[in-house]
Design a protein around this ligand. Structure first.
Ligand code: HT7
Ligand code: ZN
Length: 867
């Protein structure tokens, strides 16, 4: 497979002004008649180029004509995914007929079947599996689509835009024509055909237009659509109020499908969602699930402007739409729920998974410079770090100028396919600032380090902060230039009173900032709200951190101070464990946690965040060499010790947050109470005392919502009470076996069970009737959860976990390369482990590399990892 490079970008030689598509959907085949109005791009000068259209090599071409003249095979060439036709006129109509086999499409790209319904996934390069087309985002066309199918089996026929005509056809078939007035790239095309249930509502836009809102799902899931509808209406209002963005069609539709490679897709007017991101019901969905639905519904809706009306010039610019849209959805969720908790969750993900990606073999800038398979670049770097880059612009410019910048960006580029540079240019234009140094965030990979030291001059009352920045090398980028970043800070006195606060702009490799007029040496609260995606080093004492944990006015930094204390302690304990020394729990930590637990004024959600120990994944990311066993043992030791030392306080917290009398609501306050209650239950269970097992069993049996039931299930299932574990798992299975999404949780709970025999359990589960290897959600729940959330067993020293994953990847590569390549990620981190493990991981990577006919997806990840 060949890499393609950003620097090779050339504008398209041919444009498609109008696209007419006709789908004859049948059980055994689908015929697609495409009629494209093509013209030479007036902005490309020079001698006319041959017409080149993308088209998957496996796609059957039945007929091809230009201006009604049928072309014979000698009139065109098909190779390497391209159809080339020489000597075409300046403007013409190309017609072609292709035959597809959607029921055999297991890759879930292009047109495929999910549980009996037809659906599509065209981002990034799926449209070329439907018909021949310049399948690149800078070719924007007006689409008119007609679907014909059997009326009783597929009563619902949907595509982008508004329905303009419909009727009955012969042999019990019917048809509907859809017209989308907004020019769009082919990756935003979609169709759905099926027998679907519908939840309907409407929304009146800020200019008084009525928009019909329709959410479709399988009939059995009709009762799980309300939350998505509420979230959609909230998102539509929020986008009007916060960004001035109004919806632009008469209908907005969402369809839930169970077979989907990612979370959801923002097709114009017809979003297609993984069921896991749209269905929600208190009985079957956890709080986390509700929040995911709210966030993803908003994310896809926000794409209508940031992605659809203004789209990407090429796929290197992916973060233009994804980074900006993640920032927008994060702000939306922060406004709907708790801002601090949302920030803590997002930063935790960034620090564990994105920082690890930035330090791994697939590290790439937010705007990558090359790729073999673009699907491999839907990454945490493009999405989450990309969002942090937009957030930094927000921090540097302030909310008013940022809004002006986004208004200008949408106004300047409406209907265009543009670049991340255009986005920054709009911010420059409204602020009058030079953001050229800031642009390095888009072009340089790796996580910068900020090393901060300070000096106090008591005589002058002067406090000096010295900030040094550096960034480690990443593939293809040995040396990095300094970044321009906002460093939000506060200065507190010893008693925790805030003396100063503001935002410093860091630009140099080394830079000093001086504060005068202070009476005593302050304690700095640095990088407030995580104002830049960096690793901050400052030599805090435990006392200073505990003071910040109690008093910082920045909620995020309060939490972060507590995490820093724990991380430092755990790193020391890991060293002790490695040296064979007895592990000891420091009294200061117990005291600090006791105080927190007794402070009834504290928000339960915040308290739960503060009392959750840093994850094994975070400790692994921070280690020079990952010692899986030591990390696990130390975390377990600390959990058990804190559980025993504070048993009464955990019980009091559990009782304080007992929500048994409340009816379920997914609002932030209730979610916060449940999260503290279940955290407390986890600590109580960690004491190993029988009464708490009983309490967990009671909660499992009596709770009326999935959050509490699943929390109790996971605690018991992962405990040493094996009989109870088996009983509850069986009970849960019998209760929920017909709810596919709940069964995903059931699989994931077992796959992440750290007790003995985990590999045998997941092997057995892969033969269980609820498991379906063609369904990406099932694969993520079983294979993904075992390899990503069960480090002790995945990293078993005999290499059995690695071999199991490699077996899966090789099997799935034939079936669904996108999913295969994603599941492979944990093996790519082999350099981070001890010699034995890294050799075993490499062996599996090499085994894959030696396999013939690897997909481009898997080939790219494996080959880059082995370098
Ligand atoms: N923009 C969407 C990306 C997406 C996708 C990409 C590759 C393969 C399958 C896919 N399904 C959806 C999702 C989003 O970020 O909104
Ligand atoms: Zn997106």
């Amino acid at each position: 497979p060949q890499a393609i490079y950003l620097e090779d970008y050339r504008p398209p030689a041919w444009l498609v002004t109008h696209t007419e598509l006709n789908f004859e959907l049948e059980e055994e085949q689908t015929l697609v008649r495409a009629r494209l109005n093509i013209k030479a791009n007036p902005e490309v000068s020079g001698k006319p180029e041959p017409l080149q259209l993308h088209g998957d090599d496996g796609m059957e071409l039945l007929r091809l004509s230009i201006d009604n003249q049928v072309l014979e095979p000698q009139d065109y060439r098909r190779e390497a995914g391209m159809l080339t036709i020489n000597n075409v006129p300046d403007q013409f109509v190309l017609e072609c007929v292709t035959r597809l086999l959607p029921h055999e499409n297991t890759a879930l790209e292009g047109l495929y079947k999910s549980d009996g319904m037809f659906c599509t996934q065209c981002e990034a390069e799926g449209f070329r599996r439907i018909t021949f087309f310049p399948d690149r985002p800078d070719v924007m066309s007006i689409f008119r689509t007609t679907l014909t199918a059997d009326k009783s089996q597929y009563p619902v026929l949907l595509s982008n835009g508004n329905p303009v005509a419909s009727g009955d056809a012969e042999e019990g078939r019917h048809w509907v024509t859809w017209e989308d007035p907004w020019p769009k790239p082919a990756y935003l095309f979609a169709l759905v055909a099926g027998d679907l249930a519908l939840l309907e509502d409407s929304f009146t836009t800020c200019s008084g237009r009525e928009v019909a809102l329709r959410i479709y799902a399988e009939h059995k899931d009709l009762d799980k659509l309300e939350y998505a509808m509420t979230s959609l209406k909230n998102a539509m209002r929020w986008d009007e109020e916060v960004y001035g963005r109004e919806y632009d069609l008469d209908i907005f539709m969402i369809v839930a499908v169970d077979f989907f490679n990612m979370g959801a897709m923002e097709n114009k007017g017809l979003n297609i969602f993984n069921t896991s991101c749209v269905l929600a019901h208190p009985k079957t969905t956890t709080d986390g699930g509700f929040q995911r639905v709210e966030g993803v519904v908003a994310h896809e809706y926000f794409h209508n402007w940031s992605g659809n009306r203004v789209t990407c010039r090429d796929w290197f610019q992916l973060s233009l739409k994804e980074g900006f849209t993640v920032f927008r959805d994060a702000e939306f969720s922060a406004d709907m729920n708790s801002r601090t908790v949302k920030r803590i969750e997002d930063v935790s993900l960034l620090r564990t998974a994105q920082f690890a990606e930035d330090a791994g073999p697939m590290a790439h800038p937010v705007r990558p410079e090359s790729f073999i398979e673009i699907s491999n670049f839907y990454t945490l770097t493009v999405y989450e770090k990309g969002a942090e880059v937009v957030r930094m612009l927000h921090n540097l410019l302030g909310p008013e100028l940022f809004r002006k910048g986004s208004d200008l960006y949408f106004e300047r580029h409406d209907g265009q396919a543009v670049t991340t540079d255009d986005f920054v240019a709009a911010m420059e234009a409204v602020s009058g600032r030079d953001l050229s140094q800031f642009r390095r965030w888009y072009s340089q990979a790796g996580t910068p380090r900020l090393n901060v030291t300070d000096r106090w001059d008591a005589d002058a009352g002067e406090y000096r902060l010295t900030v040094k920045q550096s960034c480690p090398p990443s593939p293809g980028q040995e040396h990095k230039q300094p970044y321009h970043l906002p460093l939000a800070y506060g200065l507190l006195d010893e008693a925790g009173r805030e003396l100063r606060s503001g935002v410093l702009e860091v630009r140099e490799e080394e830079e000093a900032f001086v504060f005068s007029g202070l009476e005593s040496r302050p304690v700095p609260s640095l990088l407030r709200a995580f104002s830049a995606p960096v690793k901050l080093e400052y030599d805090y004492s435990d006392e200073q951190l505990l003071m910040l944990l109690r008093h910082d006015t920045d909620g995020f930094n309060r939490w972060d101070a507590g995490q820093r204390v724990c991380v430092r302690l755990m790193q020391n304990l890991i060293r002790d464990w490695q040296n064979g020394q007895a592990l000891q729990l420091p009294a200061t930590l117990v005291e600090a946690w006791k105080q927190l637990l007794q402070d009834e004024a504290l928000d339960p959600a915040m308290l739960a965040q503060c009392l959750r120990l840093p994850s094994e994944a975070l400790l692994a990311e921070l280690a020079d060499e990952v010692d899986v066993v030591a990390i696990h043992e130390v975390r377990e030791f600390l959990r058990t010790s804190l559980a025993q030392a504070l048993e009464q306080q955990w019980l009091a917290a559990y009782q304080r947050c007992d929500t048994r009398d409340e009816s379920y609501s997914p609002d932030a306050a209730s979610i916060g109470r449940r999260s503290l209650k279940n955290l407390a239950l986890g600590y109580l269970m960690a004491t190993g005392a029988e009464p708490w097992l009983e309490l967990a069993r009671q909660q499992f049996e009596q709770s009326d919502n999935m959050t509490d039931q699943q929390a109790a299930l996971a605690l018991v299932a992962h405990s040493r009470h094996r009989e109870s574990a088996a009983e509850l798992l069986q009970q849960f299975y019998l209760q929920w076996q017909h709810e596919s999404l709940v069964m995903n949780q059931w699989l994931a709970v077992q796959a992440s069970d750290p007790t003995e025999g985990a590999l045998e359990r997941v092997q057995a589960l892969s033969e269980h009737p609820v498991f379906d290897a063609r369904n990406p959600n099932k694969l993520r729940s079983l294979v993904g959860a075992f390899c990503g959330q069960n480090p002790m067993h995945f990293h078993s020293e005999d290499g059995s976990g690695y071999a199991w994953l490699a077996d899966w990847v090789l099997r799935l590569d034939k079936q669904n390369p996108q999913v295969a390549a994603r599941l492979l990620t944990p093996l790519t981190r082999w350099k981070r482990y001890d010699k034995v493990r890294s050799a075993l991981m490499q062996k599996q990577l090499q085994r894959m590399m030696d396999t013939d006919d690897l997909s481009a997806d898997v080939y790219e990840v494996v080959s880059k990892s082995l370098v």
